[in-house]
Every structure is written in C-alpha cells, then in structure tokens.
Design a protein around this ligand. Structure first.
Ligand SMILES: Nc1ncnc2c1ncn2[C@@H]1O[C@H](COP(=O)(O)OP(=O)(O)OP(=O)(O)O)[C@@H](O)[C@H]1O
Ligand SMILES: [Mg+2]
Length: 217
C-alpha cells in the first residue's frame, strides 16, 4: 500500500502538486491523466525517489522500476540495450518478440523510430521484477498497433509479478483497457478519482466533465 499524506511540491513560489491524502492498494493499476503541466510526471518522480517533496510524506516500495517520459537508447544494438538492465539473453529476446522488435534485434538502438524506441524502453524496464512499476506516458509515441502491444505487455507483466502499476497517460484507450483506477489531475490537485468507466460516465465536477468529453473512445 502506498499512502500519501499532505504531499506538496513547489518550485519557487509555485505549488505544482498538492495531494492532501491518497492511498494506492498493492496490485492496483492506476492511470494518471490531466493536461500538460498538471503534475503527472512530478508525482511519478516523487514516488520513484527521483525528486524530493517540498512537504508531506509517502510510503515507499521496495523494488521500484521507473520509465521516464522521454525514451532513450544506449550505444549498441537492441539486445545490448536490454541486457544493460540486467536481464538474461533469452528474456531479452522474448521481450523483443513480444514488442514486435525481433527483426531489429541487432540494429543500432540509436537508429530506431520514436515508437520503436519507446517499445525498446519498455522491454528494458519489463525485463526486471518489481513491486512498483512507474510508467510515464508509455504509449505516447506508439501507433494504434504499438499501443495494443504495450497495453497487453503491461497487463501480462502485472499478472506475472503482482506489482502495483502507476502510469501517466493522455490516452483514454490505455486508461480504460489497462487501469482499474483513474485519477485526473488539474493544476497539481486531484480533480477526479475512480474507475475509468465511472469517471468518464459521471465526471465529479464541471472541469472533469469537459476533460472527460475530450476523452471519449
Ligand atoms: N524543475 C522544475 N522547475 C520548475 N518548474 C518545474 C520543474 N519541473 C516541473 N515543473 C513545472 O511543474 C508543472 C508540472 O510538471 P509535470 O512535468 O509534472 O507535468 P505533466 O503533467 O507531466 O505534463 P505533460 O503532460 O506535459 O508531461 C509544470 O508546470 C512544470 O513547468
Ligand atoms: Mg509528464
């Protein structure tokens, strides 16, 4: 269980995240939505221990895996890029197959397209086990087929290791198909919290209603 209490993040005078109270159960898959600058990445980075809070506290998890919003490649081919994370070769090859990247396995990772690179980043992250998986917009660069692969891979991974998943997204498809819970952030505050279907059908506030209107799939 992750328990957040009175969490605030400020940059100078500006408060970019303000969450009085939030509990996330073990094994839950939570999607974080909200406009650009609403605080999604900030919350993921705080939970991942990458940046500090300005105020408040949260309970941390033992083994955390974090995929940043901007995918990156190390030198060398795709296999090396996954092995760098500590996986064995057969696991790396299995993941490349799962993400339909096998035909590129021995190509330079730095030459990949944006969507291919994002899938490679996921291979690297999902090559390890964890208790808490933090994914910052895991389908942002993917086409429809790529997004489906990612959704399936996230679900399979959660089933196999039982971890908690928190992912930010601008994709209703990802939230509805992969998450049991959706939180919408508005200027750093929780504007809505519930099952994706519930929130999209009955938004809590006028603001959430207009957000949800743009989220119909
Ligand atoms: N290091 C920093 N210094 C100052 N302001 C920052 C810093 N990092 C983030 N911010 C501000 O905090 C706010 C929240 O940023 P965050 O990256 O969490 O947004 P986001 O919801 O992930 O947006 P996006 O959908 O564009 O990825 C933004 O207004 C951003 O400008
Ligand atoms: Mg972000």
């Amino acid at each position: 269980m992750i328990e957040i209490k009175n969490l605030k993040k400020r940059y100078g005078e500006r408060t970019v995240l303000d969450i009085p109270s939030l509990s996330i159960a073990d094994g839950e898959t939570l999607a974080l939505a909200g406009a650009n600058g609403s605080g999604k990445t900030t919350l993921l980075k705080i939970l991942g221990g990458i940046i500090k809070t300005s105020e408040g506290s949260f309970t941390s998890s033992e083994r955390i895996l974090y995929m940043p919003q901007n995918s990156y490649a190390f030198r060398g081919d795709l296999i090396r890029n996954i092995l760098i994370g500590g996986a064995d070769r057969s696991k790396a090859l299995g993941l490349l197959e799962k993400f339909e990247l096998s035909h590129l396995a021995e190509k330079k990772a730095k030459s990949l397209s944006g969507g291919e690179l994002q899938r490679l980043s996921l291979c690297r992250v999902l090559s390890k086990e964890c208790n808490l998986l933090l994914l910052d917009e895991p389908t942002s660069a993917c086409d429809a087929q790529g997004a489906e692969l990612v959704i399936k891979a996230i679900k399979d991974y959660r089933e196999s290791c039982g971890c908690t998943v928190i992912m930010s997204t601008h994709s209703p498809l990802l939230a509805v198909n992969a998450a049991d819970r959706l939180i919408i952030l508005n200027s750093g505050k929780i504007e809505a919290d519930g099952s994706p279907e519930e929130i999209l059908a009955n938004p809590w506030t006028q603001w959430a209603k207009s957000f949800a209107a743009g989220w119909k799939i």
